[in-house]
Design a protein around this ligand. Structure first.
Ligand code: MRU
Ligand code: ZN
Length: 205
């Protein structure tokens, strides 16, 4: 049984997050998808194909963690399975955000390996468990695929380290998760800035 006030709060928060992320150029066109955990086995997730800067509460639906709709005929995000996967793998995750920011997309195309390592940046302390700029912060990079269950299998291996807070899909965008939506929004903002720094540094080398 879904707690309706919890759902209404999640819907309003995700609508607001969409506006914020669109204004910050993180989700051009209908790119990106968002979710908030409702309970152990359900999430509120964006309906597929909606413009994330112009969401209304009806554009946020309920699914289980396998992306099966609950009480709705709408189609959840094409990538809802990737959100449910994070809630299954990370008990503490309360929100997942997927963005298509320029820096994440470009950096993931430049990087031929399966990892981007961020180090030396003070802003890394935004992430839970990071207390110094001297940390080596790994962001896995997986190849893009339109086969979402196959992509999820790649992601499952890539994020197996519990210290992982985010991953990139090559040529596509960023996934990150946190205990609550505001912390997750902060991570999107921090990662976008850090990817931008990495791109600039790579151009200078
Ligand atoms: C604008 S194409 C982007 C989609 O293929 C997908 O990657 C995406 O981020 C949004 O898909 P959606 O089904 O609306 O959640
Ligand atoms: Zn996407």
């Amino acid at each position: 049984m879904i707690d309706l006030p919890t759902l209404a709060t999640a819907q309003q928060a995700l609508v607001k997050a969409g506006r914020t992320l669109h204004q910050a150029q993180q989700v051009p066109a209908s790119g990106g998808n968002f979710s908030v955990r409702l309970d152990r086995s359900h999430m509120a997730v964006t309906v597929s194909g909606r413009h994330k800067g112009h969401l209304s509460v009806g554009d946020i639906m309920v699914t289980d963690l396998e992306a099966t709709p609950v009480g709705s005929d709408l189609k959840p995000s094409d990538e809802a399975l990737l959100h449910g996967q994070i809630y299954r793998l990370r008990e503490g995750a309360g929100a997942v955000l997927h963005t298509h920011c320029r820096a994440a997309t470009a950096l993931s195309m430049l990087e031929s390996g399966d990892n981007i390592i961020l180090s030396g940046y003070e802003l890394l302390k935004v992430f839970d468990g990071v207390s110094t700029h001297l940390t080596q912060f790994h962001v896995p990079v997986v190849d893009n695929s339109q086969d979402i269950p196959a992509l999820a299998a790649e992601v499952e291996q890539a994020v197996s380290d519990g210290a992982c807070h985010a991953y990139l899909i090559r040529g596509h965008g960023l996934y990150t998760w946190a205990g609550d939506l505001q912390a997750c929004l902060n991570q999107v903002e921090a990662l976008s800035a850090l990817f931008d720094c990495e791109l600039t540094l790579r151009q200078c080398r």
